[in-house]
Design a protein. Structure first.
Length: 132
């Protein structure tokens, strides 16, 4: 396994809604994502999966970055054009989920991360001797 190398050109081609974000901003967001998902061989996450998780986090962070300081969080529940009125609905989940559930990429990341975090489970089998 090796560290995932972020490619801003590839990211923008896969997610054209972020075409307005330059390489410097996207590279900063990738560095922030690496604070959440360790991007090392010792993380225990295979490189391909780690790449998916990191790119989802960059997508989430980029969406929040583009939203700016308007104060809106959550999914858009309603919007009007005349005099610009927007209301947001908080997606369901625990309080710690709220930050991720503000965007589709964040919610997807959370589902995938939970699946990884749950990890493998062990079911013990007791061998019983037929005579004993």
């Amino acid at each position: 396994m090796a560290a995932v190398v972020f490619d801003p050109v590839k990211f923008r081609s896969e997610r054209p809604q972020f075409a307005g974000l330059n390489d410097a901003v996207l590279n900063r967001l990738f560095a922030e994502a690496e604070l959440i998902v360790p991007n090392t061989d010792g993380s225990g996450i295979p490189e391909a999966r780690r790449g998916i998780l990191l790119y989802l986090l960059v997508c989430h962070l980029a969406a929040l970055e583009m939203r700016g300081a308007d104060g809106g969080t959550g999914a858009v529940a309603s919007a009007t054009e005349g005099t610009v009125n927007v209301s947001f609905a908080q997606l369901q989940g625990s309080a710690s989920d709220g930050w991720y559930n503000q965007t589709q990429c964040g919610a997807t990341f959370l589902l995938m991360w939970r699946g990884r975090a749950a990890g493998p489970y062990y079911v013990g089998v007791r061998e019983v001797h037929p005579l004993g």
